[in-house]
Design a binder for this molecule. Structure first.
Ligand SMILES: Nc1ncnc2c1ncn2[C@@H]1O[C@H](COP(=O)(O)OP(=O)(O)O)[C@@H](O)[C@H]1O
Ligand SMILES: [Mg+2]
Length: 336
């Protein structure tokens, strides 16, 4: 069912109906918690489970395990969509304003739901500031550029700042404590911890269907630190890939936006072209729907370059980071 642009959506995209494990036929809450404790966090992970494993870990008979997996598959609606149904789903895409009109236009109207938007750039280029702004703006009503939504923030670098959220919320006329209350922060201390936190998200959304934004700031920091010189790049990429696909699935199922950041690494060996590449390299590039490269511009401004998008032309936009948040660059002599 299509939702009109700007229409308030609370709850869940009908195409990706979410059933809790306990609501499956013949399950109930006791068995559901056993299943969850065994590591099957949601219907999808149960739908793709091996019935033998399920039978062993949950101490249930194999025929029962088979029935549960089958009904999880049914509930997960792992079907193909027709082109028309797909178009309908696209119509339910909503957008969160970044605070800068120029940056919104570059992104085709703001940060999209059902997509992963990746922002990469040097330290201090403004990647986290955009995340703070989105975590506040998602809480605004649709006519103010938000979704009346809540946010989840996975912090891998310890750079989440509550006072910055309060500052931005006040500037938008929101109650600053309430704005903080509407953001759930998970601090990841290792890459495995980061994976576990992402696995936990379906449960959080089940409890709070207003969640419309997931921030991962930053995606690669812990992986980069842990896998340095270990010669296990393939292993690392595989894990990153799993996280990214899980995030994309959440974006689709719950019609929410995913915003991830990525620090660039200087490449002194590159003599021509851009001497920086996004850490995580190709893996993220192939999964993220939108990629923005951020750099510092003139007079403290920031320049965002849209690098990769399914349907938008490449281009650039300038914006500013102010005490009140992300804004367009003020024209000379036209200061507010
Ligand atoms: N309250 C503020 N007022 C104005 N500019 C700010 C404020 N807070 C942060 N900034 C700007 O944002 C920059 C940090 O951006 P950040 O998003 O943390 O970078 P990174 O890309 O490393 O995540 C600071 O260098 C500063 O220019
Ligand atoms: Mg940062």
């Amino acid at each position: 069912m299509a939702k009109k642009e700007g229409e308030e959506t609370e709850g869940i995209d009908e195409n990706f109906e979410y059933t809790d494990i306990k609501d499956l036929p013949g399950v109930g809450s006791t068995l559901a918690s056993k299943i969850k404790n065994a590591g099957y966090a949601d219907i999808i992970s149960l739908a793709t489970a091996n019935p033998m494993d399920l039978s062993t870990t949950c101490e249930i008979g194999e025929p029962t395990a088979k029935k549960i997996v089958a009904s999880a598959r049914e509930a997960a609606k792992m079907n193909f969509l027709t082109g028309l149904e797909f178009e309908d789903k696209r119509k339910s895409v909503q957008r969160i304003d970044t605070g800068s009109k120029a940056l919104d236009i570059l992104l085709g109207g703001g940060v999209e739901t059902q997509a992963i938007t990746e922002c990469y750039g040097e330290y201090g280029s403004g990647k986290s500031q955009i995340a703070f702004q989105l975590a506040v703006n998602v809480q605004l009503p649709p006519d103010k550029g938000g979704m009346n939504g809540h946010a989840i923030w996975i912090d891998t670098e310890g750079t989440f700042r509550p006072n910055r959220v309060e500052q931005l919320a006040k500037a938008k006329g929101l109650d600053s404590k309430e704005a903080l209350q509407n953001i759930k922060i998970g601090r990841a201390y290792s890459s495995d911890h980061q994976i576990l936190l992402v696995d936990k998200i379906p449960e959080l959304i089940n409890k709070d269907p207003k969640i419309k934004l997931i921030v991962v700031d930053s995606m690669m920091a812990l992986f980069r630190a842990e896998y340095i010189g270990r010669g296990t790049l393939a292993d690392r990429q595989q894990k990153v890939n799993v996280i990214l696909h899980n995030l994309q699935r959440l974006a689709d199922r719950f019609n929410l936006s995913v915003y991830i950041t990525n620090q660039v690494m200087a490449r002194p060996d590159v003599m021509f072209g851009d001497p920086t590449i996004a850490v995580g390299g190709h893996i993220i590039g192939h999964v993220a729907t939108y990629r923005i490269y951020l750099r510092k511009g003139k007079k403290g401004s920031r320049v965002a370059k849209l690098v990769d998008s399914p349907s938008l032309p490449e281009g650039e936009a300038s914006f500013q980071i102010t005490a009140d948040g992300i804004t367009d660059v003020e024209e000379e002599g036209k200061k507010k």
